[in-house]
Design a protein around this ligand. Structure first.
Ligand SMILES: NC(=O)c1ccc[n+]([C@@H]2O[C@H](COP(=O)([O-])OP(=O)(O)OC[C@H]3O[C@@H](n4cnc5c(N)ncnc54)[C@H](OP(=O)(O)O)[C@@H]3O)[C@@H](O)[C@H]2O)c1
Length: 290
């Protein structure tokens, strides 16, 4: 069996490779691909095979996927170009005649109205239309979307536009473990996994930071357009600030809340909770910061 992981040079991809090996995959059966040869070296050091493949270069993808039994398509990071790019990976998977293509998507991709969901929905549709046996790994938010901001939360509190919406966040490591488990299982074809950990509101996130730090951290709800100004004022490119404010609106609509238990079932253990991840991140801060 040959398992090809695209986007393996990214944060999630690297963790997927490690999880595959931890779950018993033979290193020579795993191919890590990425567009940047230098970034593949640490993966080669784990003993897996590597191949350079760019989502925008169909020939490179065809070569990288030759002989593949299963493929994990990790969604790309070039927002706006991803449907065409992912289409190239799907075409290469079809040429290779894979037994399974797994795709990292977003919760409720078929109905999710967030701006970020459109490319995931279109990719799922392309995969379904390809006729390839497939599984969708609909990951909710990474907890790491929030953890690096803890020093800012300690200084200014948590600010958002997500109302009482719940986020079923989990660590990248747990989502990666779920992807590895799905790739190694015999019964993944046809499954749609809605993946998330213990859910929280942004108010509950602020409370978790308070509890872990012993400092008073509160949540301030602002209208979406004001959030865009705050984020742009803090230096984020305006289009990205708009995508983040739109994501908060989606959270308020419940689009990142997952109650299926699929993550725990796939990885066979309770995922790390937001409280545990916050406590660990706070304790890792320099004493003066926390
Ligand atoms: N659920 C969430 O909270 C959340 C948050 C952020 C992103 N995401 C999605 O999940 C994906 C994985 O997350 P991550 O944290 O691992 O992101 P990441 O660290 O940015 O990794 C993205 C991966 O995609 C690769 N990539 C991008 N464009 C490519 C191209 N044209 N050809 C080949 N490879 C390309 C990157 O290659 P390079 O290493 O060369 O850049 C990298 O390997 C992201 O790309 C994004 O679609 C989800």
């Amino acid at each position: 069996m040959t398992i090809v992981v695209t986007g393996a040079t990214g944060q999630l991809g690297h963790l997927v490779i490690e999880a595959l090996l931890r779950r018993g995959a033979a290193p020579q059966d795993v191919v890590a691909t990425g567009r940047d040869e230098a970034k593949l070296a640490p993966l080669a050091a784990l003993g897996v095979r590597t191949a350079v493949a760019d989502y925008a270069d169909p020939a490179s993808l065809r070569t990288a996927l030759e002989g593949a039994t299963k493929v994990l398509l990790i969604s790309g990071s070039e927002v706006g170009q991803r449907v065409a790019q992912h289409g190239n990976v799907i075409d290469a998977a079809k040429d290779a005649g894979v037994e399974l293509i797994a795709y990292t998507s977003i919760p409720k991709a078929d109905t999710n109205a967030m701006l970020l969901a459109g490319e995931h929905r279109a990719t799922e549709e392309l995969i379904t239309a390809s006729g390839l046996p497939h599984t969708f790994l609909r990951n909710s938010w990474y907890l790491e979307n929030y953890l690096p901001q803890i020093p800012t939360y300690l200084e200014h509190g948590v600010v958002g536009a997500a109302g009482e919406g719940r986020i079923s966040g989990a660590t990248r490591a747990d989502f990666a473990d779920a992807a590895a488990a799905a790739l190694l299982a015999d019964d993944s074809a046809g499954r749609v996994h809605e993946l998330g950990g213990e859910s929280f509101t942004l108010g509950e996130l602020a409370a978790a930071v308070s509890e872990a730090s012993g400092r008073d951290v509160t949540y301030t709800e602002v209208p979406g357009d004001q959030l865009v100004e705050i984020l742009a004022g803090a230096g984020l490119p305006r289009p990205f600030a708009e995508v983040l404010a739109d994501a908060d609106a989606g959270i308020a609509r419940g689009e990142l809340e997952v109650t299926t238990g699929d993550l725990e079932r796939l990885i066979g253990r309770r995922p790390t909770s937001y409280r545990e991840a916050v406590a660990e991140a706070v304790s890792a801060l320099a004493p003066s910061a926390s």
